[in-house]
Design a protein around this ligand. Structure first.
Ligand SMILES: Cc1ncc(C[n+]2csc(CCOP(=O)(O)OP(=O)(O)O)c2C)c(N)n1
Ligand SMILES: [Mg+2]
Length: 403
């Protein structure tokens, strides 16, 4: 019997809803699954890290050059981006709890992965996000209030993707990697030197769409960066249920490089993504970046992670907090003073207020907006459906009139 077949026979461990029976016939408390620590930051020689959790700058022969010219002002800028993104995210969670949003997917803990990679992009690059990339949206200049309309149920997206080269949020897991690959193939055919970046999660890495996009982008040498935020969980499924090898190693089988970066280290994420985008621009094809990070909050506001993971796991990751680590670095380098932090605090509060007021003031949706932008030039079937819907709406007016 092989090791694999023994493993396959091991009864599935519970995710909190069932437990193994004790001899007394009572259910034993369900065991909480903890994500594999095998390749955790600090213990993985292949992990690219430029800032330790204590904020100490460490050298990297391969990646230092991508952040060599960074100024204190730019470092403070990265810190500001992360703080404001976290503040926005906390406000959105609160708004959902107050009934102002139907749902929210928090990015808490993933600020460095998103700000580092987002700030590495150039204006003409094109970004394909999932539903959690609020920090990347921030870097692209999408007004944060626009991210909330879909979660409030008043629009189908909330921004024009072409205004900021930031595609609409994609809920269909992994689908945007195919869109990004097709877009990147188009960029190459146009002879442009822009690059494309597709975000996806550890869970999405199991999707056929992601496998197909890896194959196509490799054989067509598409200028695309696959940025996987491995936040250890796909709702209640740990990464060990998605893969037998570290995710970044998957790229090798498709014929392009894969790198694992400390996803809580904003400098490392900036450097590695710059490198990968440069590869894309110079015709070297796709790269897989696995940002090793942690989803500190729930999957969405509809989820309760205490049902399937241990508190100690979250606590261990708190020590690697992305914002705290850059703050320690800034303070140790004398790049900040109390005034900077006080101003940022005031700016955060103002952002929270602005978001709150904007959400409450969002108008009810135009019922017919759903028929817009289906096709560039309209379509007979869409016209027919619009007319049917108009008749349906009108039937309520008749009923009201008859009462
Ligand atoms: C094709 C598809 N299958 C299933 C779902 C339901 N679903 C929503 S989020 C999610 C987990 C995604 O996990 P991961 O890719 O790790 O991203 P994360 O939410 O952790 O950022 C699933 C299965 C979906 N939206 N689309
Ligand atoms: Mg995940």
């Amino acid at each position: 019997m092989t090791v694999e077949s023994t493993a396959a026979r091991t009864p599935r461990r519970s995710a909190g809803t069932t437990g193994t029976k004790s001899t007394a016939g009572k259910r034993a408390p369900a065991k909480k699954i903890s994500a594999t620590a095998k390749n955790a930051p600090g213990g993985d020689p292949e992990l690219v890290q430029l800032l330790t959790p204590e904020g100490k700058r460490v050298k990297s022969a391969a990646y230092d050059k991508y952040v060599a010219g960074i100024t204190p002002d730019e470092l403070r800028g990265l810190y500001r981006d992360m703080v404001l993104t976290r503040r926005f995210d906390a406000e959105a969670t609160a708004l959902q709890r107050q009934g102002e949003l139907g749902l929210w997917a928090s990015l808490l803990g993933q600020e460095a992965a998103q700000i580092g990679s987002g700030r590495a992009t150039r204006e003409d690059d094109y970004v394909f996000p999932t539903y959690r990339e609020h920090g990347v949206a921030w870097c692209r200049g999408v007004d944060p209030t626009n991210l909330l309309g879909m979660f409030r149920g008043v629009n189908n997206g909330g921004w024009d993707p072409n205004s900021n080269n930031f595609h609409l949020y994609t809920i269909v897991i992994g689908a945007q990697t195919l869109h990004a690959t097709g877009y990147a193939m188009g960029v190459a055919m146009d002879g442009a030197d822009s690059a494309v970046i597709a975000y996806f999660g550890d869970g999405a890495s199991s999707q056929g769409d992601v496998a197909e996009s890896f194959t196509f982008s490799a054989v067509y040498n598409a200028p695309v960066v696959f940025f996987c935020q491995n936040n250890q969980w796909a709702i209640s499924e740990p990464t060990e249920k998605q893969t037998r090898v570290p995710l970044y190693q998957r790229a090798q089988g498709y014929g392009f490089p894969g790198v694992r970066v400390d996803g809580n280290d904003v400098l490392a994420c900036l450097a590695v993504t710059k490198w990968a985008l440069e590869r894309a621009r110079s015709g070297e094809g796709p790269t897989l970046v696995e940002a090793y990070t942690y989803r500190m909050g729930a999957h969405t506001t509809s989820d309760d992670p205490t049902k399937y993971r241990a508190d100690e796991e979250r606590e261990a990751w708190e020590a690697k907090d992305p914002i705290l680590r850059l703050r320690r670095h800034l303070e140790a380098s004398n790049h900040t003073d109390e005034g900077f932090f006080a101003e940022l605090e005031a700016e955060s509060e103002a952002l929270g207020r602005r978001v709150r007021e904007a959400v409450r003031a969002m108008p009810d949706p135009d019922h017919f907006a759903i028929f817009e932008n289906v096709y560039a030039d309209g379509h007979a079937l869409v016209d027919e459906e619009r007319a049917q819907f108009a008749a349906y709406q009108a039937s309520f007016a008749d009923a009201e009139g008859g009462n």
